[in-house]
Ligand binder design. Structure first.
Ligand SMILES: [Zn+2]
Length: 289
């Protein structure tokens, strides 16, 4: 994901009043984030080519407790490496999808872009698995984002109309840990953005809107094609962009700010639990394909 970065004012006011009502009715947020050491150990498992990373991600899901019957490798047309999917079943037919691409370009270590996102998937699963949820959570490591969102495009194309209608949110992580949590506001659903900002304030964790326009894209845009509400979380800023870290030899673990990275994980773990409580009871389905 790339380029031309603009700060954006996220106006969450309208969403917040509605939310306060919903949250008051909801039970306390229940989630159990893993420790910082686990997050950093998983982050350090970035070495290897895309095939090796796919194997590593599958192993990390297993380590996190996503058992064999809930993990699948989805073969993707046009890619040699499959998507990796871990499902956390919920009590209703509603779905939240959490995605990050695990593939990399050849320059650098591809740890910022995007093992930083992919290696959080098992830890987010782990944070949610201990309590019953209404939503089924589908955690997806996407293949070949760098070749044109190949894995996410395939995933979205094979979704049935019913699956599209049942999906309340797609949360995409791409390029984390260069700075405090950021949201690509211009390419994220307003309700989902408002809920993230509201929750971050409650938890006293930072989040800002930073738009990365023009050249760039990311897996969430495939979900937008079928009008699934999506949000992309990242950490790019004008500074980090100017430093030309992505897709170069500077994409190394040493450029990551691990304090910020762990805060992003904590916010996202809370956010996913929060979405289970705040998703609209009667979502607007009619306009979706
Ligand atoms: Zn990326």
């Amino acid at each position: 994901m790339l380029h031309l970065i603009r700060r954006s004012n996220i106006c969450a006011a309208a969403t917040v009043s509605l939310l306060l009502f919903r949250v008051a009715a909801a039970t306390e947020l229940r989630f159990d984030p893993v420790g910082r050491q686990v997050i950093e150990t998983r982050l350090r498992e970035y070495p290897g080519d895309n095939r090796q990373r796919e194997i590593t991600l599958k192993q990390l899901f297993s380590d996190a407790g996503c058992s064999d019957k809930n993990v699948t490798e989805q073969p993707v047309k046009g890619s040699k490496v499959p998507n990796v999917i871990c499902v956390l079943p919920g009590s209703s037919d509603k779905v939240v999808i959490v995605g990050a691409h695990f593939d990399r370009v050849s320059a650098g270590d591809g740890v910022v872009d995007n093992w930083s996102g992919a290696s959080l998937l098992p830890s987010l699963y782990e944070a949610l698995r201990g309590e019953p949820r209404r939503h089924t959570y589908i955690f997806i490591g996407f293949t070949d984002e760098e070749k044109g969102e190949v894995g996410s495009r395939f995933y979205v194309q094979q979704m049935t109309k019913e699956q599209v209608a049942a999906t309340d949110a797609m949360v995409n992580m791409d390029t984390l840990g260069l700075a405090p949590t950021e949201v690509w506001a211009s390419h994220s659903d307003k309700r989902l953005t408002g809920e993230l900002v509201y929750l971050a304030r409650q938890l006293k964790l930072p989040v800002t809107g930073v738009n990365v326009e023009q050249v760039g894209s990311s897996d969430a845009e495939q979900f937008a094609v079928r009008k699934i509400p999506r949000i992309t979380i990242h950490s790019l800023s004008q500074e980090t962009w100017n430093a030309r870290i992505l897709h170069t030899s500077k994409d190394k673990l040493s450029v990551m700010r691990l304090d910020d990275y762990y805060q992003t994980y904590r916010l996202l773990a809370a956010y996913l639990a929060f979405l289970d409580a705040t998703a609209p009871e009667v979502p607007a389905r009619a306009s979706r394909e």
